[in-house]
Design a protein around this ligand. Structure first.
Ligand code: HEM
Length: 323
């Protein structure tokens, strides 16, 4: 095929490519040569499938441990997607109100998926196997999921992540470093007997405290709550934004935690005595949303709704209704 027979469309593309590479001082011919030499892309390379499938490394030979690992990885990938969206709407420059809404709706979709897929854990593993293989995983716990904590930090002010009694009783002056020591999750990681931080928490803090503090500093003025307060209260789609934020709040702080709690009950609650949580904490008193009462956007809920936090969902579950 000579030049004259070259499709006009291709000639046009080559001209555009030439301009693109020339702008960077690059020689298009060398890049075309590279294209000629390169292999075709395939599915397995594009998504790094071979590597992905090597990332599941059970610690025991109980077959159901594979389900436990894969589902945790699934969850962490969805947490990653949630953070990906949150990062785009918590920058210094506010995005258009409809973009803000669209991104929150994406987060809702991801959390919805996580809530509804949790049955893979709740009903999908053999209990006897679980109780055996979990002992080989000590002191690791989903409690150490840094992405879960980052979502909280992207969503709201640090003050809203304190235990309820501390929230209303803050000293006049305090630093982030001080507040992070009273954050609600400390309660889930204090040894029942000694009152000391569990090893699970100490390891988590050693690895992540710096990163968490840096994110707290970065998102202090631009987290979701602040974005709403400063940029979208007067937006034409304000009502939809409020609805979406409320849905996000309830998914993150009621529906997902309750789906997760159901798994803890299925595996760790026994007729005789509750089985100790990984970190030796009282999970029955820590995990239920009505005890934690974490609310990202308190001003979007009525006093009654806040008082009853978590309760309507439990009632709907008990009456067999879908939320
Ligand atoms: C059979 C399945 C599961 C059981 C029995 C279970 C049990 C528990 C327990 C007892 C705790 C309290 C802390 C501790 O002492 O370890 C906890 C915390 C936690 N788990 Fe799980 N878990 C399960 C699956 C998962 C999965 C799939 C994830 C996904 C990442 C996850 C993420 C978390 C998180 C983020 C926390 C901290 C919650 C908070 O601080 O409010 N868990 N889990």
């Amino acid at each position: 095929m000579d030049d004259k027979n070259l499709d006009a469309n291709i000639v046009e593309k080559i001209k555009k490519l030439e301009a693109k590479y020339a702008a960077m001082g690059q020689d298009l011919a060398s890049y075309l040569e590279g294209l000629l030499q390169a292999d075709y892309l395939n599915y397995w390379n594009y998504i790094n499938l071979d590597t992905l499938l090597t990332l599941q490394q059970p610690r025991t030979s109980y077959p159901d441990e594979m389900i436990f690992i894969c589902y945790h990885q699934h969850t962490e990938l969805f947490f990653k997607l949630i953070l990906w969206e949150l990062e785009q709407i918590t920058g210094a420059q506010p995005v258009e109100a409809n973009v803000f809404l669209e991104k929150i709706n994406r987060c809702i979709r991801y959390f919805d998926n996580l809530e509804h897929s949790f049955d893979v854990m709740v009903s999908g593993m053999d209990r006897d196997q679980f109780l055996k293989f979990r002992m080989a995983l000590l002191p690791a716990s989903g409690f150490q999921s840094a992405q879960y904590r980052l979502i909280e930090i992207y969503a709201t002010n640090l003050e809203n992540l304190l235990p309820e009694e501390t929230r209303s009783n803050l000293p006049e002056k305090y630093t982030d470093d001080e507040l992070i020591q009273s954050i609600y999750w400390q309660k889930g990681a204090t040894e029942l007997v000694s009152g000391k931080k569990t090893l699970t928490l100490r390891q988590f803090e050693q690895k992540y405290t710096e990163q968490l503090l840096e994110t707290i500093r970065n998102k202090k003025e631009t987290n979701l709550l602040k974005q709403y307060q400063w940029h979208y209260q007067q937006a034409p789609n304000r009502l939809q934004i409020v609805d979406a934020l409320r849905r996000f709040d309830s998914l993150a702080n009621v529906f997902w935690p309750l789906a997760h709690y159901k798994a803890a009950v299925r595996y760790l609650q026994s007729d005789m005595t509750d089985i100790e949580a990984t970190g030796g904490t009282n999970w029955q008193k820590y995990l239920p949303p009505r005890f934690q009462r974490v609310i990202f956007f308190p001003e979007l809920w009525s006093d009654e709704e806040k008082k009853e936090w978590g309760k309507p969902w439990v009632l709907k579950q008990m009456s067999g209704q879908k939320q």
